[in-house]
Design a protein around this ligand. Structure first.
Ligand SMILES: [Zn+2]
Length: 167
């Protein structure tokens, strides 16, 4: 299968691979998984990267999980930012609370149609849900982060009945 493509940096888990295998026939061409499993350290790195993009100044170069003062302030700043419609610019979880850390969340983008394609990806997940391939805990199209975030709670597993043969 050509799609979905999985970005090289993305950490997949057996569970998320199973989710992908359940939904890949629904996904439109152009679907790319940009984030899957993330550690607390990954989450801090994401906060730091977004903050730097917003010209937030840290007091040192390397910000780690233990530097709560630093990333905490940056997170507060990012959450205070509004877009031109007055809506929150970022939805970023605290390190330790993101569903990406529990391994049930995926972020996907549409590499061909961009934000417009995100609806197609969402529709694909909803179709798979309607077909009882997956259950969706929650999902959101993140306009600013230009991705579709979905939390898949359980997947229906199709087990081939085992043929037990006496030797
Ligand atoms: Zn996400």
């Amino acid at each position: 299968m050509a799609y979905p493509k999985i970005r090289e940096s993305v950490k997949m888990t057996p569970y998320l691979n199973l989710v992908i295998s359940e939904i890949q026939s629904y996904l439109p061409a152009g679907t790319v998984v940009t984030s899957a499993f993330r550690t607390k350290e990954d989450q801090v790195r994401i906060i730091v990267n977004y903050a730097r993009k917003e010209n937030f100044k840290f007091s040192k170069e390397n910000i780690e999980l233990g530097d709560k003062q630093e990333w905490g302030k940056a997170l507060k700043h990012l959450r205070s930012l509004k877009d031109k419609n007055g809506k929150k610019k970022y939805h970023i979880a605290n390190p330790g609370t993101s569903k990406h850390q529990t391994g049930i969340a995926l972020d996907l983008i549409h590499s061909i149609e961009g934000v417009k394609g995100l609806k197609k990806i969402r529709n694909a997940f909803h179709k798979a849900r309607a077909d009882k391939k997956i259950k969706i805990k929650t999902d959101i199209i993140e306009i600013k982060q230009k991705c579709y975030h979905v939390e898949v709670e359980t997947v229906r597993l199709e087990f081939e009945p085992l043929e037990i043969t006496a030797k």
